[in-house]
Structures are given as C-alpha cells and as structure tokens.
Design a protein around this ligand. Structure first.
Ligand code: FES
Length: 516
C-alpha cells in the first residue's frame, strides 16, 4: 500500500485494488485565513485527482475545497460517503459534478471491487465538525490504515477490533479560535493557550495508545495564516501558548513520551507500507524544511498576497441591510429553537466594524436576543457573549446565504470575543445551524441527549461518577482524571466539580457524582 502526502489532512492511498483521494484542500479557507502548510498548490492535482474513490471527511472548508474538487478531481471517482444525518455533503458534491456515490453505513466494513475494504465512522453530534465529522479505515492485502483525520471519537475500539493497524493518521494540532480571539490579558491568553496545547497532545497520545499502530502520522494541521492581520497565529514567535504546533514539534513531543514510530509527510512525500516495513521518501529534507519554517512562510505570504487581496475585494456588500436580513433569517429559527436558545440563555451582541476584523470603528451593534427571540439593535444591556467583527464579513455571509458561521466566520479568527461566565457550546452550535434542516436536527439531538439517562457509574478515586461524560459521552473510566475534587475529561478537557456536580467548562452538563 502506498500513502502519498498531499498536505494538511489530505492524502492519496494507492492499493492494487484502487486508489482513494482524501480531503484534497488547496485553496484558502474561512475568509482567506487558513492556508495549507507546507504549500501544496504546486502538486500535480490533475494526476492526483485521477482516482477511483474520493473521500471527503466532512464539510469544513479545510477538507471540502469546492474549487479544487471542481477543477481537478475526476468526476469518474466514486465518492465514499459518510452516513450523515443531513444530505448537505452529498448535495454539495453533486453540485460540483460528482455523480457516483457509495453510501457507507457508519461502523460497517464494506468490501469494494478487488477486495478493497473500507469503513467510515461518522460522528454526528451538533458539536462534531459542521454537524458531522468522520474517519476512514482502509484494508487491502492485510495492510490496514486508519485516517482518523480530525474526528474525535470517544475511543478507537471499533477500529482496533478489526485487527492491527499499520498506519494511523491523526490530528495533533489546534483548529479553533480559542483562546487567541478572546479579549483577555496576554498572560491569561498564554496560560489558556498552553493548557490547550498540552491537552491536544494528551488527547493525541491517548488515541495513539488506543490503537498501537505500527506507524503514526501527524496530519490535519496546523494551517498557516498569511494575511498580515493574522500572521501572529503562526507558531514561529516562541509563544508557548500558541495552539498550532507543527509536525516537527509533534515529533519532539512524541519522542519525550517514548514515541519512536512517527512519520511526517510533506506534500509529495510517499510512504510504501508493508506488513512489517515502511519506506518513506520526501521531496526535500524534512528537518531542514521545518528549521527554515519562518522563511518558507514569508515566501508563501508574498506568493499568496494577491489571492488574499482578491478575496477581500469580494466581501463588501454595503447595500445589504444587515439588521433587516438577520431578522428575516434568524428570528424564525429563534422561534423554533428550544434547547439551543435556552442553552444560550441571554443576548449575544455583534459589534460590526468598518474593517475586516475586530479593528477599526464600530459602525453598527446588533443583538441576537435568545430569550426574547428577536434580532434587534443593541440597547446598552448586559450580554452573555460579545463578538466584534467586520460588517463586510457579515454582509458576505448574508450575500452567500451561509448557514454555518462556524465554518466561515468563527474559524476565520477575524473577530474578537468577550463573554461573561463559562464557555457556552450552544452559542456556537446555534450559529452553525442557520438553516431549517440543521436546526431541526440539532434540536432533536439535544432533546434525545437530555432524555437519555446514563445509569452506569464508574469509580474514580473515592468518587462514584456517571461513567459517560456529560459532554459527548466519553468513557470517564478511561478519560477521567481526578485532581482534588475536580474531574477533567481528557477528550476535550472539560472540567467538573464533583461535590456540586457542576460543569466548570460550559453551562449545563451537570455530572452525577457521589463520594464512595
Ligand atoms: S466528551 Fe468532551 S470533554 Fe468529555
């Protein structure tokens, strides 16, 4: 089996029974904020795109690159489709010209022509990616590969049960706006960033340990930020709170915990994998490449500047009545939202500036009033969350009728945020559900989730605790770490105060716990 690195979370898997191209991302995503690093735009995408199967793990734009899919990926390819609750991924791929779909069932092994076996695990909670994220398992001729991607299953048992995995490709770096965009003193931001960075690595070690594959490939990030306004997010400034460590940092951290089987793929690297060996060749020396990271980034910034400028020129639509349009689109959804609207529980304010981010003058302040089920001008009230971003970005979201502001505005990091109290996952879940189909699905999911009583307990230290994490049901007998009376679930790092049962990370999500 051959694995060719094609950048970020993308790879091409070649077997004697067919080839699979995964997540071919090249063009900038999220308001031209994220670019793949190292640059993969020089690869021969027509050749790479001439494949038997295409796998797009989910709709996040650093995985689903409509332009590249349209221009370079063979429409003769059969799409291996994850089993998602909404048809949006299939619909968007059909619009790009794909016509052949193999609809997988989650956690079921499918045998394709020539004995190629695949299994896709689809994660479908409102907090999994853009309502859906997935991993692809492939087996041919006794060789097994898990492209876990950036999916976060509670454990990897389903894959481990299918036999020893030879190549495990998984995320290790950050892919979020926290804590950088929060309006916090720099020392607090660094401390939160450092915690987040440590947690990301801990989670990665846990998954690696779960599967014990022969070889481990750090993939799915980090992106790079080439716009001058976002340049500080690249991990080149010696900031220990930066959440975007790269593959070379992964290798040294992995070595510290005893890892000796890491393999870094640059775009164009090729790993030939057999049951007992791996032979990887690279287009350039990997260590030298990362030693010169800053220079590569600076050169890339110059090359991509015209692309960023062209994108920026397309965002302004001053003729749009932002308040009127948001009223029209969001108020009906507020009416229908029970769980998410209650979960947010207060007004959320958007300060809109005359720039493309949080800088510049505020020209309009709008409140999405969740309890009042209204979108209206800000009225000097106390709000739960405040976002500050360019009016042009909101104009553009309205212009393109974007139903997922996480997969566009929030991941762009072109905003700042302030909040009173804890993180509130419902705020972000709501703004990724700005369509009837998504809203209905998410509301139904929360409804079911609330009703399901997790009866099973586990013992952690001297506490009897409900076995499944109130966040996304990770097994706390494996992911729970006790420090005094605080339990941390290491899957996403949520914390719980056991004596009161209170979740310290987000509103709601009480845990059942009793001293034994
Ligand atoms: S499942 Fe997310 S923190 Fe436990």
């Amino acid at each position: 089996m051959r694995i060719t690195g094609t950048g970020h979370a993308s790879m091409r898997i070649d077997t004697a029974a067919g080839s699979i191209l995964c997540d071919p991302w090249v063009n900038p995503a999220f308001f031209a904020s994220w670019f793949p690093f190292p640059d993969n735009s020089q690869l021969d995408w027509d050749r790479l795109g001439d494949v038997d199967y295409l796998y797009v793990s989910h709709l996040h734009r650093d995985h689903f690159d409509a332009k590249n899919l349209k221009q370079h990926i063979s429409k003769k390819a059969t799409v291996l489709l994850p089993e998602y609750p909404t048809s949006q991924l299939e619909d968007e791929l059909r619009e790009l010209g794909f016509t052949k779909f193999f609809k997988t069932r989650s956690n079921e092994v499918h045998e394709l022509d020539g004995g190629l076996k695949v299994m896709i695990q689809a994660l479908i909670s409102p907090t999994d990616g853009p309502i859906g994220d997935s991993s692809l398992w492939v087996e041919h001729d006794g060789i097994r590969v898990l492209n876990q991607n950036d999916a976060r299953p509670s454990d990897l048992t389903t894959f481990a049960e299918l036999g020893h995995v030879h190549a495990h490709l998984l995320q290790f770096s950050g892919a979020i706006w926290y804590p950088m965009v929060y309006e916090l003193p720099q020392n607090a931001k660094t401390a939160f960033g450092k915690q987040k960075r440590d947690r990301q690595f801990d989670r990665t070690w846990r998954y690696i340990n779960d599967l014990k594959a022969s070889h481990v490939f750090p993939i799915a990030g980090p992106p790079c930020f080439l716009d001058d306004e976002l340049w500080q997010f690249n991990d080149i400034h010696g900031d220990e709170g930066n959440i975007f460590p790269d593959q070379s940092v992964f290798m040294s951290e992995y070595a510290k915990v005893g890892g000796t089987n890491g393999v870094v793929l640059l775009p164009g690297s090729v790993s030939e994998l057999t049951e007992h060996s791996i032979d990887t060749s690279h287009p350039t020396d990997v260590d030298e490449f990362f030693a010169n990271k800053q220079q590569h980034l600076e050169e890339m910034r110059e090359r991509k500047r015209p692309i960023i400028e062209a994108e920026k020129a397309s965002w302004r639509h001053p003729e749009i009545d932002v308040l009127g349009e948001l009223k029209k689109r969001i108020e009906p959804l507020l009416e229908e939202s029970l769980f998410m609207a209650n979960g947010v529980g207060g007004p959320v304010r958007f300060d809109l500036t005359d720039s493309f981010g949080s800088g510049g003058e505020v020209v309009e302040s709008i409140v999405v009033d969740f309890p009042g089920k209204q979108v209206r001008p800000y009225a000097d009230e106390k709000v739960r969350y405040r976002f500050k971003t360019g009016r042009a970005l909101i104009e553009h979201l309205i212009h393109i009728d974007e139903g997922d502001w996480v997969n566009s505005l929030f991941l762009s990091c072109r905003f700042s945020a302030a909040r009173i109290g804890q993180y509130n996952e419902f705020v972000y879940s709501f703004f990724k559900c700005l369509s009837e189909e998504r809203l209905q699905y998410a509301e139904g999911w929360y409804d079911e989730h609330e009703r399901s009583v997790d009866a099973e307990d586990t013992v952690i230290g001297d506490w009897n605790v409900q076995r499944r994490c109130p966040h996304l049901k990770a097994d706390l007998s494996r992911f729970g770490v006790l420090d005094g009376n605080t339990l941390t679930c290491q899957l996403h790092g949520w914390k719980f105060d056991l004596p009161s049962g209170r979740c310290l990370t987000s509103v709601g999500h009480k845990i059942r716990a009793e001293k034994s």
